[in-house]
Design a protein around this ligand. Structure first.
Ligand code: ZN
Length: 306
Protein backbone atom coordinates (compact mmCIF):
# COMPACT_ATOMS: atom_id res chain seq x y z
CA UNK A 1 0.00 0.00 0.00
CA UNK A 2 1.15 3.45 -0.89
CA UNK A 3 -0.13 6.86 0.19
CA UNK A 4 2.22 8.93 -1.97
CA UNK A 5 4.02 8.24 -5.24
CA UNK A 6 7.72 9.01 -5.38
CA UNK A 7 8.65 9.41 -9.03
CA UNK A 8 12.37 8.95 -9.60
CA UNK A 9 13.67 11.30 -12.31
CA UNK A 10 17.42 10.71 -11.84
CA UNK A 11 17.89 8.66 -15.01
CA UNK A 12 16.47 11.62 -16.99
CA UNK A 13 16.85 14.90 -15.09
CA UNK A 14 20.04 13.70 -13.41
CA UNK A 15 21.91 12.03 -16.22
CA UNK A 16 21.06 14.74 -18.79
CA UNK A 17 23.16 17.18 -16.77
CA UNK A 18 26.31 15.17 -16.16
CA UNK A 19 29.15 15.56 -18.61
CA UNK A 20 29.69 11.86 -19.12
CA UNK A 21 27.39 9.79 -21.31
CA UNK A 22 26.45 6.89 -19.05
CA UNK A 23 26.48 3.57 -20.92
CA UNK A 24 23.09 2.00 -21.59
CA UNK A 25 23.94 -1.09 -19.53
CA UNK A 26 24.73 1.09 -16.51
CA UNK A 27 21.47 3.02 -16.88
CA UNK A 28 19.58 -0.24 -16.98
CA UNK A 29 21.42 -1.48 -13.89
CA UNK A 30 20.50 1.74 -12.10
CA UNK A 31 16.84 1.53 -13.13
CA UNK A 32 16.70 -2.11 -12.01
CA UNK A 33 18.15 -1.17 -8.62
CA UNK A 34 15.67 1.70 -8.21
CA UNK A 35 12.80 -0.59 -9.15
CA UNK A 36 14.04 -3.25 -6.73
CA UNK A 37 14.12 -0.61 -3.98
CA UNK A 38 10.37 -0.22 -4.47
CA UNK A 39 10.12 2.99 -6.48
CA UNK A 40 6.76 2.75 -8.26
CA UNK A 41 7.56 5.18 -11.07
CA UNK A 42 10.79 6.06 -12.86
CA UNK A 43 11.34 8.67 -15.55
CA UNK A 44 13.84 6.69 -17.57
CA UNK A 45 14.81 9.23 -20.23
CA UNK A 46 13.64 11.80 -22.72
CA UNK A 47 12.90 11.56 -26.41
CA UNK A 48 14.89 14.60 -27.50
CA UNK A 49 17.18 15.00 -30.51
CA UNK A 50 20.42 13.11 -29.63
CA UNK A 51 22.40 15.93 -31.23
CA UNK A 52 21.14 18.28 -28.51
CA UNK A 53 21.30 15.84 -25.58
CA UNK A 54 23.62 12.91 -26.40
CA UNK A 55 23.09 11.49 -22.87
CA UNK A 56 19.53 10.58 -23.87
CA UNK A 57 20.27 8.94 -27.24
CA UNK A 58 19.42 5.46 -25.90
CA UNK A 59 16.04 6.38 -24.42
CA UNK A 60 14.13 4.02 -26.70
CA UNK A 61 16.19 1.00 -25.68
CA UNK A 62 16.10 1.98 -22.00
CA UNK A 63 12.32 2.50 -22.13
CA UNK A 64 11.71 -0.86 -23.77
CA UNK A 65 13.77 -2.61 -21.13
CA UNK A 66 12.14 -0.72 -18.25
CA UNK A 67 8.67 -1.79 -19.39
CA UNK A 68 9.68 -5.42 -18.72
CA UNK A 69 10.17 -4.71 -14.99
CA UNK A 70 7.07 -5.96 -13.15
CA UNK A 71 4.72 -3.29 -11.85
CA UNK A 72 6.96 -0.36 -12.79
CA UNK A 73 5.27 2.74 -14.16
CA UNK A 74 7.66 3.87 -16.88
CA UNK A 75 7.69 7.60 -17.55
CA UNK A 76 9.50 9.58 -20.23
CA UNK A 77 9.85 13.26 -21.05
CA UNK A 78 9.12 14.63 -24.51
CA UNK A 79 9.47 18.12 -26.00
CA UNK A 80 7.30 17.66 -29.09
CA UNK A 81 4.97 15.45 -31.14
CA UNK A 82 7.80 13.46 -32.65
CA UNK A 83 9.04 12.60 -29.16
CA UNK A 84 5.53 11.67 -28.08
CA UNK A 85 5.14 9.34 -31.06
CA UNK A 86 8.45 7.65 -30.22
CA UNK A 87 7.42 7.35 -26.56
CA UNK A 88 4.11 5.72 -27.47
CA UNK A 89 5.88 3.34 -29.84
CA UNK A 90 8.40 2.35 -27.15
CA UNK A 91 5.58 1.48 -24.75
CA UNK A 92 6.01 4.19 -22.11
CA UNK A 93 3.24 4.25 -19.49
CA UNK A 94 3.43 7.97 -18.84
CA UNK A 95 4.43 10.74 -21.20
CA UNK A 96 5.33 14.12 -19.81
CA UNK A 97 5.33 16.95 -22.31
CA UNK A 98 7.40 19.85 -21.13
CA UNK A 99 6.20 23.45 -21.46
CA UNK A 100 7.58 26.57 -19.83
CA UNK A 101 5.49 29.04 -17.88
CA UNK A 102 8.24 31.58 -18.55
CA UNK A 103 8.45 32.99 -22.06
CA UNK A 104 12.23 33.40 -21.79
CA UNK A 105 12.78 29.80 -20.65
CA UNK A 106 10.42 28.52 -23.35
CA UNK A 107 12.51 30.21 -26.03
CA UNK A 108 15.82 29.07 -24.53
CA UNK A 109 14.86 25.49 -23.71
CA UNK A 110 12.34 24.63 -26.44
CA UNK A 111 13.13 27.28 -29.06
CA UNK A 112 9.43 28.00 -29.22
CA UNK A 113 7.18 30.66 -27.72
CA UNK A 114 4.76 29.55 -25.05
CA UNK A 115 1.89 29.84 -27.52
CA UNK A 116 3.73 27.72 -30.09
CA UNK A 117 4.42 25.07 -27.44
CA UNK A 118 0.77 25.18 -26.37
CA UNK A 119 -0.12 24.32 -29.96
CA UNK A 120 2.32 21.39 -29.78
CA UNK A 121 0.57 20.31 -26.57
CA UNK A 122 -2.78 20.22 -28.34
CA UNK A 123 -1.29 18.07 -31.12
CA UNK A 124 0.32 15.69 -28.63
CA UNK A 125 -2.93 15.36 -26.67
CA UNK A 126 -4.87 14.68 -29.87
CA UNK A 127 -2.31 12.06 -30.96
CA UNK A 128 -2.22 10.21 -27.64
CA UNK A 129 -5.93 10.35 -26.79
CA UNK A 130 -6.88 9.15 -30.28
CA UNK A 131 -5.25 5.79 -29.59
CA UNK A 132 -7.59 2.86 -29.31
CA UNK A 133 -7.40 0.65 -26.24
CA UNK A 134 -4.70 1.24 -23.68
CA UNK A 135 -2.97 4.54 -23.95
CA UNK A 136 -0.21 6.10 -21.88
CA UNK A 137 -1.08 8.59 -19.21
CA UNK A 138 -0.45 12.11 -20.43
CA UNK A 139 1.08 14.73 -18.20
CA UNK A 140 2.07 18.32 -18.90
CA UNK A 141 5.12 19.45 -16.98
CA UNK A 142 4.98 23.21 -16.44
CA UNK A 143 8.62 24.28 -16.09
CA UNK A 144 9.62 27.46 -14.25
CA UNK A 145 6.17 27.59 -12.64
CA UNK A 146 7.66 29.21 -9.53
CA UNK A 147 10.16 31.58 -11.11
CA UNK A 148 12.75 31.62 -13.84
CA UNK A 149 16.48 32.20 -13.62
CA UNK A 150 16.40 33.98 -17.00
CA UNK A 151 13.35 36.23 -16.75
CA UNK A 152 12.83 36.29 -12.97
CA UNK A 153 9.26 36.39 -11.75
CA UNK A 154 6.65 34.25 -13.51
CA UNK A 155 3.12 35.61 -13.01
CA UNK A 156 0.90 33.09 -11.22
CA UNK A 157 -1.95 34.02 -13.53
CA UNK A 158 0.10 32.69 -16.47
CA UNK A 159 0.62 29.34 -14.72
CA UNK A 160 -3.07 29.02 -13.85
CA UNK A 161 -4.16 29.92 -17.39
CA UNK A 162 -1.73 27.45 -18.97
CA UNK A 163 -2.82 24.68 -16.59
CA UNK A 164 -6.46 25.32 -17.49
CA UNK A 165 -5.69 25.23 -21.22
CA UNK A 166 -3.74 21.97 -20.85
CA UNK A 167 -6.49 20.29 -18.86
CA UNK A 168 -8.99 21.39 -21.49
CA UNK A 169 -6.73 20.01 -24.24
CA UNK A 170 -7.02 16.53 -22.73
CA UNK A 171 -4.01 16.19 -20.45
CA UNK A 172 -4.65 13.81 -17.56
CA UNK A 173 -2.51 15.84 -15.21
CA UNK A 174 -0.51 19.04 -14.96
CA UNK A 175 2.65 18.97 -12.88
CA UNK A 176 4.16 22.15 -11.47
CA UNK A 177 7.94 22.23 -11.89
CA UNK A 178 10.25 24.45 -9.90
CA UNK A 179 12.95 24.19 -12.55
CA UNK A 180 15.04 26.98 -11.06
CA UNK A 181 14.52 25.95 -7.45
CA UNK A 182 13.15 29.35 -6.42
CA UNK A 183 9.90 28.21 -4.81
CA UNK A 184 9.12 28.87 -1.16
CA UNK A 185 6.46 27.18 0.96
CA UNK A 186 4.01 30.11 0.96
CA UNK A 187 4.23 30.28 -2.82
CA UNK A 188 3.73 26.53 -3.20
CA UNK A 189 0.60 26.74 -1.08
CA UNK A 190 -0.77 29.70 -3.04
CA UNK A 191 -0.03 28.34 -6.49
CA UNK A 192 -1.22 24.77 -5.83
CA UNK A 193 -4.48 26.19 -4.43
CA UNK A 194 -4.92 28.50 -7.41
CA UNK A 195 -4.26 25.73 -9.95
CA UNK A 196 -6.44 23.23 -8.09
CA UNK A 197 -9.25 25.78 -8.03
CA UNK A 198 -9.05 25.75 -11.83
CA UNK A 199 -8.35 22.09 -12.72
CA UNK A 200 -9.01 20.17 -9.47
CA UNK A 201 -7.39 16.75 -9.09
CA UNK A 202 -5.50 17.12 -12.36
CA UNK A 203 -3.09 19.25 -10.33
CA UNK A 204 -1.44 16.30 -8.60
CA UNK A 205 2.34 16.48 -8.87
CA UNK A 206 5.31 18.65 -7.96
CA UNK A 207 8.80 18.60 -9.47
CA UNK A 208 11.13 20.43 -7.11
CA UNK A 209 14.76 21.44 -7.17
CA UNK A 210 16.74 22.32 -4.08
CA UNK A 211 18.61 25.42 -5.21
CA UNK A 212 17.68 27.43 -2.11
CA UNK A 213 17.50 24.49 0.28
CA UNK A 214 13.71 24.76 0.56
CA UNK A 215 12.86 21.57 -1.30
CA UNK A 216 11.69 19.57 1.71
CA UNK A 217 9.76 22.50 3.17
CA UNK A 218 8.02 22.81 -0.18
CA UNK A 219 7.19 19.09 -0.19
CA UNK A 220 5.61 19.38 3.25
CA UNK A 221 3.32 22.14 2.06
CA UNK A 222 2.58 20.22 -1.13
CA UNK A 223 1.46 17.24 0.97
CA UNK A 224 -0.77 19.52 3.04
CA UNK A 225 -2.34 20.87 -0.15
CA UNK A 226 -3.14 17.42 -1.49
CA UNK A 227 -0.25 16.76 -3.87
CA UNK A 228 0.35 13.00 -4.09
CA UNK A 229 3.14 12.62 -6.67
CA UNK A 230 6.62 14.02 -6.01
CA UNK A 231 9.55 13.89 -8.41
CA UNK A 232 13.03 13.46 -6.97
CA UNK A 233 16.44 12.19 -8.03
CA UNK A 234 18.71 9.70 -6.34
CA UNK A 235 21.59 11.62 -4.71
CA UNK A 236 20.02 14.89 -5.89
CA UNK A 237 21.49 14.91 -9.35
CA UNK A 238 19.94 17.06 -12.01
CA UNK A 239 19.24 20.49 -13.33
CA UNK A 240 18.31 22.16 -16.54
CA UNK A 241 20.89 23.23 -19.12
CA UNK A 242 18.75 26.32 -19.76
CA UNK A 243 18.15 27.29 -16.15
CA UNK A 244 21.51 28.76 -15.13
CA UNK A 245 22.44 28.43 -11.44
CA UNK A 246 19.70 25.91 -10.71
CA UNK A 247 20.95 23.02 -8.62
CA UNK A 248 19.85 19.43 -8.48
CA UNK A 249 16.50 17.84 -7.84
CA UNK A 250 15.38 17.16 -4.33
CA UNK A 251 17.07 14.01 -3.05
CA UNK A 252 14.93 10.86 -3.33
CA UNK A 253 16.37 9.33 -0.16
CA UNK A 254 15.58 12.48 1.86
CA UNK A 255 12.12 12.74 0.30
CA UNK A 256 11.28 9.16 1.30
CA UNK A 257 12.59 9.86 4.81
CA UNK A 258 10.39 12.96 5.09
CA UNK A 259 7.24 11.33 3.71
CA UNK A 260 7.58 8.23 5.90
CA UNK A 261 8.24 10.48 8.91
CA UNK A 262 4.97 12.29 8.13
CA UNK A 263 3.20 8.92 8.27
CA UNK A 264 2.82 8.55 4.50
CA UNK A 265 3.71 5.18 3.06
CA UNK A 266 5.94 5.27 -0.03
CA UNK A 267 6.61 1.56 -0.51
CA UNK A 268 10.31 2.38 -0.87
CA UNK A 269 13.09 0.55 0.96
CA UNK A 270 15.40 3.34 2.10
CA UNK A 271 18.44 1.17 2.66
CA UNK A 272 18.13 -0.37 -0.80
CA UNK A 273 17.85 3.15 -2.20
CA UNK A 274 21.00 4.27 -0.41
CA UNK A 275 22.79 1.19 -1.71
CA UNK A 276 21.85 2.17 -5.29
CA UNK A 277 24.00 5.30 -4.92
CA UNK A 278 27.02 3.10 -5.42
CA UNK A 279 26.04 2.61 -9.07
CA UNK A 280 26.15 6.37 -9.57
CA UNK A 281 29.39 6.65 -7.66
CA UNK A 282 31.06 4.09 -9.91
CA UNK A 283 29.58 5.44 -13.15
CA UNK A 284 30.22 9.11 -12.35
CA UNK A 285 33.31 9.28 -10.16
CA UNK A 286 33.63 13.08 -10.42
CA UNK A 287 30.00 13.88 -9.67
CA UNK A 288 29.11 15.07 -6.15
CA UNK A 289 26.35 12.99 -4.57
CA UNK A 290 23.97 14.82 -2.24
CA UNK A 291 21.69 13.71 0.54
CA UNK A 292 21.34 14.11 4.28
CA UNK A 293 19.93 10.66 4.96
CA UNK A 294 22.74 8.90 3.16
CA UNK A 295 25.30 10.95 5.09
CA UNK A 296 23.72 10.72 8.53
CA UNK A 297 22.21 7.24 8.38
CA UNK A 298 18.98 6.12 9.99
CA UNK A 299 18.24 8.06 13.20
CA UNK A 300 18.22 5.84 16.27
CA UNK A 301 14.76 4.40 16.79
CA UNK A 302 13.30 5.89 13.59
CA UNK A 303 10.55 3.87 11.96
CA UNK A 304 8.87 4.00 8.58
CA UNK A 305 5.17 4.82 8.34
CA UNK A 306 2.99 1.95 9.52
ZN1 ZN B 1 14.04 19.32 -13.15
Amino acid sequence: MRDVTVSEVGPRDGLQMVKAVVPTATKIRLIEALHAAGLPEIEVGSFVPPKLVPQMADTEEVTRHATTLPGLHVAVLVPNLRGAEAAVAAGAHKITLTLSASEAHSRANLRRTREEQMQVAREVAAHVTARQGRRPMLEAGLSTAFGCSIQGEVPERDVVDMAAALAAAGFDSVGLSDTSGYANPAQVRRLVRAVKAEIGEKCDSLHLHDTMGLGMANVTVGVEEGIRIFDAALAGLGGCPFAPNASGNIVTEDLVFLLESLGLRTGVDLEALVAARRILQEALPGEPLHGNYARAGRPTGWKTAA
